[in-house]
Design a protein around this ligand. Structure first.
Ligand SMILES: Cc1ncc(COP(=O)(O)O)c(C=O)c1O
Length: 382
């Protein structure tokens, strides 16, 4: 199937190709000067002291759990309306994910009211996912975290360049985690970044990223170190030089790309605001987003499967963000369903549709999608 309008696309050109070629010609493929440069550029961009490159957003979340010493017996609060990695990272360290509901139809970020209800003496941290690039209410979340002495881990996979009170997402809690997966605002194929102000955490994160080894191959190659010790149980979560070369260019393109996403989002909102059969979350949102996703919420009487099928017939790609994590077979086996009441998450999980949004889209593409939606919707009523 050749899509007319794709859900996302790579904002790549000749420059990305050349940058990767340069790395290959240099004959140094991993954890070298390109990775170091990306880390410097990224920490400058976020306005934070340390940025540590890793192999994926999932690796970033896992290391965040490790460095904050979250372990078996601890509970971590996390939205269920997210990608499964947000919660899997909690399970990797033997802790228990406790799912929190969303705020409402106009805000898919975690509900501060429900958050307060989920806290108990075992609670150690909150994973705050900035859904679709819209930054959660960090003022209130921080108040709660301070009161109960909880860590805040930002899952900022969607939110590169989004802000709250002119501070970048990722720099609003204790640790910020980013993903550079292919469909993200900054794409390197696979890749991620952890950011922190803490020197101590940065030092440990660097160890954990590479098997707890006290020296890296590059420094041995350069003759700075000839051996190493292993001082932590770490992982191979290293980033390649090819990914870092893509990341450096993608970061330069990010402000313009996010601005294009903003303009397209506003056009969608204008075109769809009075359409019967759907509503648009985040319409009046108070904080600047990175506009990663454009979600709509279909009314109860609209058959989502049929709606997505008819869009597909028009060669318009759509998706769902997200099937709630607690409804997956694996999670149903390991959690007590009776303990879980997330009515808003379950409704959004059953009725949300994500429409195409990326910086290569043109206004005419958005207009086409909106026109087709207006044609299709009346045909999908139950
Ligand atoms: C909200 C969220 N968290 C975490 C991740 C995990 O990132 P990655 O795919 O780079 O491991 C993703 C992306 O896929 C995501 O969307």
């Amino acid at each position: 199937m050749k899509w007319k309008v794709t859900l996302s696309d790579l904002n790549f050109d000749q420059r990305e190709q050349k940058a990767v070629e340069r790395v290959i010609k240099s004959r140094w493929l991993t954890m070298g000067e390109t990775v170091e440069r990306l880390e410097r550029d990224f920490s400058d961009f976020i306005g934070i002291k340390h940025a540590i490159a890793v192999s994926s957003g999932t690796a970033a979340l896992h290391l965040a759990m490790r460095v904050l010493e979250i372990e078996a017996g601890d509970e971590v609060i996390v939205p269920s309306l997210s990608f499964v990695a947000s919660s899997n990272a909690i399970l990797y360290v033997g802790a228990k994910p406790v799912f929190v509901d969303i705020t409402g139809w106009d805000d898919f970020n975690l509900s501060c009211e429900d958050l307060k209800k989920k806290i108990n003496p075992k609670t150690k941290a909150i994973v705050v996912v900035h859904y679709g690039g819209y930054v959660a209410d960090m003022e209130e979340i921080k108040r709660v975290a301070r009161k109960y002495k909880l860590f805040i881990i930002e899952d900022a996979a969607h939110a590169i360049g989004a802000k709250s009170n002119s501070k970048m997402a990722g720099n609003l809690g204790d640790i910020g985690c980013f993903s550079f997966f292919s469909n993200k605002n900054l794409a390197t194929g696979e890749g991620g970044m952890i950011v922190t102000q803490s020197d101590q955490h940065a030092k440990k994160l660097k160890l954990l990223r590479s098997h707890g080894m006290t020296s890296m191959t590059l420094s041995r190659h350069k003759g700075h170190a000839y051996s190493y010790d292993v001082v932590e149980l770490g992982y191979n979560y290293r980033m390649t030089e090819m990914a870092a070369a893509l990341g450096i260019l993608q970061l330069k393109k990010l402000p313009d790309a996010n601005e294009k996403r903003r303009i397209l989002t506003e056009l969608y909102m204008t075109k769809l605001k009075d359409v019967d059969g759907l509503s648009i979350p985040f319409r009046e949102y108070p904080r600047p987003s990175s506009y990663h996703l454009f979600p709509v919420l279909l009314n109860r009487i609209v058959n989502r499967e049929k709606f997505m099928e008819l869009l597909k017939k028009e060669r318009i790609q759509s998706s769902i963000h997200y099937p709630p994590i607690h409804t997956f077979s694996y999670y149903r086996r390991i959690i007590n369903r009776k303990e879980i009441q997330l009515p808003l998450t379950e409704y959004a999980g059953a009725h949300e549709v994500t429409l195409p949004l990326h910086p290569l889209l043109e206004k005419k593409d958005v207009i086409l999608v909106c026109d087709k939606i207006k044609e299709i919707l009346p045909l999908t009523l139950r």
